[in-house]
Write a protein that binds this ligand. Structure first.
Ligand code: ZN
Length: 729
């Protein structure tokens, strides 16, 4: 199939003995060692580089011949070898990255780090190949000059794959020439360095501030867990030897600006002056002296603007949106305004409610609440309105029962059956890992499979939860179908003795979330691997199925069906269910407004700000704050200097995606609410339609088209506004 392999220097002859180079099937996890990574990956990259060179050579000749009248270029000549190259790297490097996340060791981490640079270099080389870019252009031209059914005409999926490939290469600057391309590449390098400096400044500024507390009155109100954390920090800083429990009780305690210490301190710390001190330090991070990020922000924004113009776009926001579902800056602005308008009055009422409780409790600050009072009084209000102890709910959520609830829901909605396999049926990386098969409910045919690695393993497993692709839906070289296999990784408490793994409600939601990603990966019906499952799905639409599944955790039938006490079999008390519902929308106006403030600031900085517009990025943000915050930022608030998402991470002109995807998922769920969550026939029919559209079509069509196929109309923010508690029910 690969036009290139005929002319390649028989690259596969030397590597087939290494399990890491097998390139297909379930990975033999246990046979892979850190040592092999350092042998196999360089060998693989050498092969792939040689094959890429050969492919470029072949294409060069073909393009020349075509200009002299030879037969048109075929999909199989270009897209298949290209996919094959990428897939072999994905398979091998995917196993290494996976093991690095779930079976970490110093040796493996080092092996991973030692190869990562070379893997990135290969990706850049393929992504910036001028010959491949011209060949993609040739395929597109043939398509545009042919009629359906004629040679060279592409189907809708092929066209979307081709256009995405071309667009990604264009955004890497492949279409630029000479000095323009040199300037582009130089700016790309400088931007990477600036992003890394920005992140380091935030890190150094965060780590460079501490406050030593030694009087027990200073830690009044703090929960034990936080006192322990602060005491541990004091011991680690060498300020106190002593025994852990004794320090937690008697101090000293060391406060810092990292999230795990700052957030709970602002929430529980009874000493208002200390909350103020820590808040002022936190919002001023990286805004002065050597760590001042202000000059970096201006330079980053200026360079991004220049890069955009080189690529033919009016702004960096347009560059970002070129590969996303949102069609234009105007569309994003409109959504953010809808959310802002709904959230603003609610956030004002919420602030009033905080003033009221402060006043009821006789706090002198009641008439003059400051930003460092908000989290504190919100916590007091939460305790007063509904005491929800997330730890106390664990006995109602043993893992096995939650899985049965989740699988039962999937059977009901999507007509699939999920069956556990016997140990040993599939290779795994740890005894806790289970392997499940997904069968079609109607035909019983195998559709997919997934690994579930549910428990936390401090020290060897990365925190958090994620879904990743083990195998994608495709075909082997011999034409045999390959079924998708997903990795589902969570980090919940393991069983202890006879007690099973008991989950918090958050962990239940997380499992449903990751399973939603998994469903899109596993239930795909797309025949072309480049657009199957989550591949080729726009970044701002990829959270649709995952957040959609979270909604079911609040559905009475689903929740009550699985929440039963693991010892007594008793159902979750109604009062607790009501608390879960109340917690979901608690301070919902403020939370929405905060995200709108961040998203709009990000968008405007990347669409309207310019270095010679007479306004600093900081001034732009303060102007926006007038309509997107209910408490004005204090003078030393330099939030932008620590906005790493957009200046050091990958979210520039993309922060809005959080809300964009939530609109889609809430609106998708509202299709079920509309037909009635207790009208079984309708729920089933709507579930099947969700499977046949969102879950099955993946990246083969535009997300807008798929959403409309499911919902019968374009997305609306009404459901999200309602679910966030921003309108009267
Ligand atoms: Zn997700």
């Amino acid at each position: 199939m690969a036009a290139s392999s005929a002319s390649s220097p028989a690259p596969e002859s030397c590597g087939t003995a290494l399990p890491l180079l097998r390139g297909e099937g379930l990975p033999p996890f246990e046979a892979i060692t850190p040592g092999q990574v350092e042998t196999a990956i360089p060998q693989l990259l050498e092969q792939l580089n040689a094959e890429l060179t050969a492919l470029e050579h072949t294409l060069q000749k073909r393009l020349q011949a075509i200009s002299n009248g030879a037969a048109p270029l075929s999909w199989a000549e270009l897209m298949e070898p290209l996919h094959h190259l990428g897939e072999r790297l994905r398979w091998s490097w995917g196993v290494v990255s996976h093991l690095n996340g779930v079976c970490n060791s110093p040796e493996l981490r080092e092996a991973h780090q030692s190869q990562q640079g070379a893997v990135v270099v290969f990706g850049s080389r393929a992504g910036q190949s001028a010959v491949i870019y011209r060949a993609l252009g040739q395929l597109l031209e043939q398509h545009q000059t042919s009629q359906p059914g004629e040679t060279g005409h592409l189907d809708a999926t092929q066209l979307r794959i081709l256009e995405a490939e071309r667009r990604d290469m264009q955004l890497r600057g492949v279409g630029l020439c000479g000095a323009e391309q040199e300037a582009f590449n130089a700016a790309t390098t400088e931007l990477a360095r600036l992003a890394s400096d920005f992140g380091n400044h935030v890190l150094d500024a965060t780590n460079g501030w501490t406050l030593r507390l030694s009087d027990p009155a200073e830690v009044a109100g703090l929960p034990d867990s936080l006192r322990k954390l602060l005491a541990q920090a004091a011991r680690q800083a060498g300020q106190e030897p002593g025994d852990a429990d004794a320090t937690a009780e008697h101090g000293p305690w060391l406060l810092g600006l990292d999230m795990p210490r700052v957030m709970p301190f602002l929430k529980y710390g009874a000493r208002r002056d200390l909350r103020e001190t820590v808040y002022r330090a936190q919002v001023a991070r990286a805004s002065s002296g050597e760590l001042d990020n202000r000059p970096l922000i201006e330079r980053i924004l200026t360079l991004r603007g220049e890069q955009a113009r080189r690529l033919g776009f009016a702004s960096w926001a347009e560059v970002s949106l070129a590969s996303k579902m949102a069609g234009s800056v105007g569309e994003v602005e409109q959504l953010l305004e809808e959310l802002r308008a709904a959230a603003y009055p609610v956030a004002q009422q919420e602030l009033e409610a905080l003033r009221a409780i402060a006043s009821r409790q006789g706090a002198p600050e009641a008439d003059d609440l400051k930003p460092w009072d908000v989290a504190y009084w919100a916590e007091k209000l939460r305790q007063e309105s509904f005491e929800l102890d997330s730890e106390a709910l664990r006995p109602w959520f043993p893992l096995e029962q939650v899985l049965q609830g989740l699988f039962g829901l999937c059977q009901r909605l999507f007509d699939i059956r999920i069956v556990s396999t016997d140990p040993g049926e599939a290779p795994t990386w740890h005894p806790d890992v289970r392997y499940f098969r997904v069968l079609d409910g109607a035909s019983g045919a195998s559709l997919a499979a997934f690994y579930l690695d549910p428990f936390s393993r401090p020290g060897s497993k990365r925190g958090g939860a994620w879904m990743d692709e083990c195998l994608g839906r495709s075909h082997t070289a011999a034409g045999e179908p390959v079924l998708p296999v997903a990795y589902l990784i969570c980090n919940q408490s393991p069983p202890v003795g006879d007690t099973p793994s008991l989950m918090t409600f958050d962990e239940v939601e997380t499992l449903f979330h990751e399973f939603g990603h998994g469903l899109q990966h596993m239930l795909t019906t797309v025949e072309r691997p480049q657009a199957a499952g989550i591949n080729n799905v726009e970044w701002d639409a990829v959270e649709l199925p995952s957040q959609f599944m979270e909604n079911w955790c609040y559905d009475r039938a689903t929740l009550m069906g699985m929440a039963r006490h693991w010892q007594t079999g008793e159902s979750l008390p109604e009062a607790d269910y009501q608390k879960l519902l109340a917690a979901r929308t608690f301070m919902g106006g403020s939370a929405t407004l905060r995200q709108v403030h961040f998203a709009l600031t990000d968008l405007r900085l990347h669409s309207v700000w310019s270095p010679d517009g007479g306004q600093s990025p900081e001034q732009l943000r303060r102007e926006l704050a007038r309509t997107t915050t209910v408490l004005e930022p204090i003078p030393e608030d330099a939030f932008l200097c620590a906005f790493s998402h957009i200046f050091a991470g990958g979210y520039s002109a993309g922060y809005y995606s959080y809300k964009w995807a939530e609109v889609l998922s809430a609106d998708a769920f509202s299709a079920f609410e509309e037909v009635g969550l207790d009208v079984e026939d309708e729920v089933v029919a709507t579930g099947r339609r969700f499977r046949d559209t969102v879950l099955s079509l993946g990246g083969s069509r535009s997300p807008a088209e798929i959403f409309e196929a499911f919902r019968g109309r374009p997305p609306s923010s009404e459901a999200l506004i309602r679910h966030s508690g921003l309108v009267e029910a």
